[in-house]
Design a protein around this ligand. Structure first.
Ligand code: IPD
Ligand code: CA
Ligand code: CA
Length: 276
């Protein structure tokens, strides 16, 4: 059983209680997403290719209600509402209620609920739930990473030549020169296979589970990375920015891998011209 290593605050926190809360919240929100899939949903456009649906908002409210009912003093950063003024707390829940909205809107079943938790600025917990496959990825600091309760581990692949890689593209792909297409072309010629799934949180889970050997993306948001970064770390993966520095979920750039192919990925990424 997991022992508490998180300092006890006013709610007598234990890691188990934090994890149980995130699991309950992600399962409830995932069930809600499936219900919207069956019943129908309304789409709005943040820009021509960046969608948001009423399912995103309902799932977000569901997660927030779960967390607030148990930990009313904790801070929240959630994609659709951002960070609202909150009393100071060392705990910050970072929520993407629906990662893979474009997939969801098209009926392509690759999306998830992602819930991460920072304690004093360090990501200590990650829970990601894929309701279409009923796959629950969990990790808490020093507790390993699990898929539906079973331990997972990154792959053993040692070369790009035999790696299955994944990436993604940000919603400003039409406006910015930093659109990742240069890296995409390079890796397409070096990897055994290259995918774009449309859910960064699931991409991280799949690196953790050894289904992908490496993942990179530019211009990600903290809610895309918070939970998944803990899951990769606890599955013995490596996480950095493009220059090899330790990952910051506020830094936009992410390289996640099984460790063995990390330097080779960084070399490819450094060969490309950098735009700001
Ligand atoms: C997006 C997905 C996608 C990634 C984008 C993200 P959303 O999140 O994770 O895979 O390429 O950068 O913004 O909008 O579906 O929550
Ligand atoms: Ca997202
Ligand atoms: Ca989202």
């Amino acid at each position: 059983m997991l022992q508490s290593r998180v300092p006890i605050a006013e709610e007598s926190l234990s890691k188990d209680r934090l994890l149980e809360t995130a699991i309950a919240a992600s399962r409830a929100a995932g069930a809600l997403l499936l219900k919207y899939t069956a019943d129908g949903f309304h789409v709005e456009y943040k820009n021509p290719i960046n969608l948001v649906t009423d399912a995103d908002r309902a799932a977000e409210q569901c997660v927030i209600d779960h967390i607030r009912s148990r930990f009313p003093s904790h801070r929240l950063l959630a994609e659709e509402r951002g960070s609202v003024a909150q009393a100071p707390s060392p705990y910050l829940w970072i929520i993407d209620p629906l990662d893979g909205t474009t997939n969801f809107a098209h009926g392509y079943p690759a999306y998830c609920v992602s819930i991460g938790l920072e304690y004093n600025g360090r990501c200590i917990l990650g829970v990601i739930y894929d309701p279409s496959r009923d796959e629950l990825f969990t990790a808490i600091e020093q507790g390993g990473a699990q898929l539906n309760g079973r331990p997972i581990h990154v792959s053993e692949t040692t070369t790009l030549d035999s790696s299955l890689l994944v990436t993604g593209f940000a919603y400003d792909i039409r406006e910015t020169p930093r659109n990742n297409l240069d890296h995409f072309c390079k890796f397409a010629l070096k990897a055994q296979g290259l995918r774009r799934t449309g859910s960064a949180a699931l991409d991280l889970c799949y690196v953790a589970a050894g289904r992908f050997d490496g993942f990179w993306e530019v211009r990600l948001n903290p809610w895309d990375m918070a939970a998944g970064s803990v899951i990769v770390r606890e599955a013995a993966g490596r996480l950095t920015d493009f220059s090899g520095k330790d990952l910051s979920i506020y830094g936009q750039e992410l390289v996640a891998s099984n460790g063995h192919i990390h330097e080779a990925m960084l070399t490819v990424l450094s060969q490309e011209s950098r735009h700001s």
